[in-house]
Design a protein around this ligand. Structure first.
Ligand SMILES: Cc1ncc(COP(=O)(O)O)c(C=O)c1O
Length: 415
């Protein structure tokens, strides 16, 4: 079993000058990524690829797409999955099919696509603060943001941890709002023993290359509503209801056969991927969870989880260095840890106007944006790699004051 004391004794660096940030050689000769794609069984994928090439059925709801959709719907316990070219397209189509307009409430702490999918259709995303522990939309803060223009809520099941579904649904019901769950992180996860994908009117998945189940690029909208599924299917295919028969406004949002083949290949080894993610998560947790100044984001292990994100929060006051300096130190060692979702959707160019004049807005989101660091995991990351990554983190905390001195001497702010 790993522990911080074992890692503490690892001879990772002799002196602070040996850190790659200060010119020493990097611990890793190759870059270690967050969300490096899981490939699955190459032979099975290549067999499917060959079949696609032989059949010359490359897209337009071919057999791989049909099989992929059936498997996703079955897995989530719903009647329909409408596959799409990516998760953003899935959100856009779901939003349009449900007739959302005006303003829609979204968590401020999310990937920018949640907001873009609305703004792209000239619907205003209204940013809501999140819960400091779960990192999910804080249901108690929704009501004060509702106006006469509000038509819906898009909560995100961040890190694969379902949001407060019951509380969100109750606010939505009270104010007659639609709910579209952005479940991009949460395929394979459950809430009260019910699979994510079966909540609300629709839920949306991303099968992007960085997600634990990927279809290169891809997305899926899952629902039990036959009429809605039919409408969304039309919308992904230019509104075609048959040859020469367009009965609805639509776009090209289709998933290709090769993407579905990759998705199917990944699905076949899903339990292996989750097991490896879980093992990695446990190793990080055993080493980092008790280090003062680190808050380790814990997944609810009594429910199904995909463990595809290993997330820590660094308390600068306790560890003595800012999260950004930690990130720089790790990057120099070729550990490409990420500061999700920095600088925050509300601070990005298309949305920063909404900031004007507001102080103390989104306080919990602001804190997380400066504390969160996402660490590498996935099938390419092994136990030894995790021990070394943790050793760099622990070494940096233990030598924070020397690191600060070195940085200050070179004119860099360290906190
Ligand atoms: C929370 C969230 N929403 C939406 C998306 C968009 O998905 P995609 O990249 O497949 O378009 C992502 C993906 O990265 C995401 O993490």
């Amino acid at each position: 079993m790993h522990s911080d004391s074992v890692v503490r004794d690892m001879p990772i660096k002799k002196t602070v000058e040996d850190l790659a940030r200060f010119g020493g050689s990097a611990v890793f000769s190759e870059r270690i990524h967050v969300g490096r794609p899981n490939i699955g069984c190459r032979d099975k994928f290549l067999k499917r690829l060959n079949d696609i090439l032989d059949s010359k059925w490359l897209t337009n709801h071919g057999p791989n797409v049909q099989e992929f959709e059936a498997k996703i719907a079955d897995f989530c316990g719903v009647r329909h999955c409408v596959s799409t070219s990516n998760g953003t397209m899935a959100l856009e189509i779901a939003i349009r099919a449900l007739g959302l307009t005006g303003e829609v409430i979204v968590p401020a702490f999310t990937f920018v696509a949640t907001a873009h999918a609305l703004q792209w259709q000239e619907i205003t995303p209204v940013f809501c603060d999140v819960d400091p522990v779960t990192h999910n939309l804080n249901p108690e803060k929704i009501e004060s943001l509702i106006t006469s223009k509000t038509t819906g809520i898009i909560p995100v099941h961040l890190w694969g941890n379902p949001c407060g579904v019951e509380e969100v649904e109750s606010v939505a019901k009270k104010h007659d709002l639609q709910v579209v769950y952005d479940a991009s992180h949460a395929f394979g996860c459950s809430h009260k023993d019910r699979m994510v994908g079966s909540f609300g009117s629709v839920e949306v998945f991303s099968f992007h290359a960085t997600k634990f189940i990927n279809s290169f690029e891809g997305g899926g909208i899952v629902t039990d509503n036959d009429e809605l599924a039919e409408k969304m299917r039309l919308m992904t295919n230019f509104g075609f209801a048959g040859m020469d028969k367009v009965i609805h406004l639509g776009t090209n949002g289709k998933m290709s056969e090769v993407s579905a083949a990759m998705g199917l290949t990944n699905l076949e080894c899903m339990s292996k991927i989750v097991d490896q993610n879980f093992e990695n998560y446990q190793s990080y947790k055993a080493i980092l969870a008790n280090i003062p100044g680190i808050r380790f984001f814990t997944h609810t292990e009594s429910e199904k989880r995909n463990f595809q994100y290993v997330v820590i929060e660094l308390d600068e006051e306790v560890v003595g260095l800012s999260r950004d300096i930690f990130m720089e130190i790790l990057h120099a060692e070729n550990v490409l840890a990420r500061r999700y979702f920095y600088p925050g959707c509300h601070r990005m160019a298309p949305y920063e106007h909404s900031l004007s004049g507001k102080t103390a807005w989104l306080p919990e989101t602001e804190k997380l944006l400066n504390k969160v660091l996402v660490l590498p995991t996935g099938t390419d990351v092994c136990q030894r790699t995790i021990e070394k990554i943790c050793a760099i983190i622990i070494y940096s905390i233990e030598h924070a004051s020397d690191i600060r001195k070195m940085l200050e001497a070179s004119g860099v702010e360290s906190t």
